[in-house]
Write a protein that binds this ligand. Sequence first.
Ligand code: MG
Length: 377
Amino acid sequence: MTLAPYASDPTQSRGRRHPEPGAPTRNDFQRDRDRIVHSTAFRRLVYKTQVFLNHEGDLFRTRLTHSLEVAQLGRSIARSLGLHEDLVEAVALAHDLGHTPFGHAGQDALNQCMAQEGGFEHNLQSLRVVDGLEHRYPDFDGLNLCFETREGILKHCSRANALRLSAQDPGGVAQRFLDGTSPSLEAQLCNLADSIAYNAHDIDDGVRSGLLTLDQLGEAPLFAPYLAQVARDHPGIGQRQRRWLFEAIRRMLSDQVYDVVRSTAQAIAQAGVNTPDEARRAGPLVRFSEDMHAQSSGLKRFLFQHLYRHPQVQQMTQLARQVVLELHAAYAADPSQMRAEFAQRPDRPRAIADYIAGMTDRFAQREHQRLTGQSLW
Ligand code: MG
């Protein structure tokens, strides 16, 4: 792995909150990636909804397979740009650790429950998981990850939360939301890889679920030309729809990867940055070309309209909201229903949010049934 001068360098890391000696054979970003893979929160991602509920089908993406796809795209682009692959992989595998059960519906409901208590943001929750909620080490809470990994995990943060975090940890990972600088190039890359991944796999899952048809996708921004191209190159492939779909998605993914590599290399050269900190001050540099950006945004709007707003997905959203709201009410009324380590915490509202956020879809459903006697699914 040849590192570019603007790549994050584990030997120059801003370090861990609790100093630890280095490892004999692994760099610090590698160790972070390994800690994330061995965490409890990471294994829970198997049973957390991406778009389709986990029990709706075995082949739909879950938060886990989504995160693996983000890591694959991120590493592939990082290698071409000379960025640090291990850091990209660590951030990609951790970026969704803070997601509630049932995807965005769960997070919106929990945010509503926590309105008087500073709200609930899944990015901030991912940081809370790696900073405190994992209990695996004798001397500290959390995974004690490097600054650079934590910086990448805190992708978004409200100003109010950034002020609060920075008061506890001056100059820490929330500082950039106050002074308007960017995260490392590796963190920026994970952001973009995230949206490349979900645009592509949501097309696949949308067709698998029957909520999207190839006819509809023939009108989709960015994607439609690939469907047409594959049909031209492989006459008769219309009879083999899965292969047609996969080949079109493959071509779309490759073109987006090459576009990011080209456009980002150009942006970095134009900005003339030579160190990771110069890159942080230069504004967002990891990017699509203008044309690809416009098309990808169009595809996002198409999926919003035709998939995420589909009545069947919306119905699931309503049930998910109900489960989270009713779980929250039940634990608030009787905290002893939570696992002891949460029931005993003095910061009760946040303890309830942490407990619910950590649940898998199916555990939340079982708990909801146990506490309310209702079976919604
Ligand atoms: Mg994601």
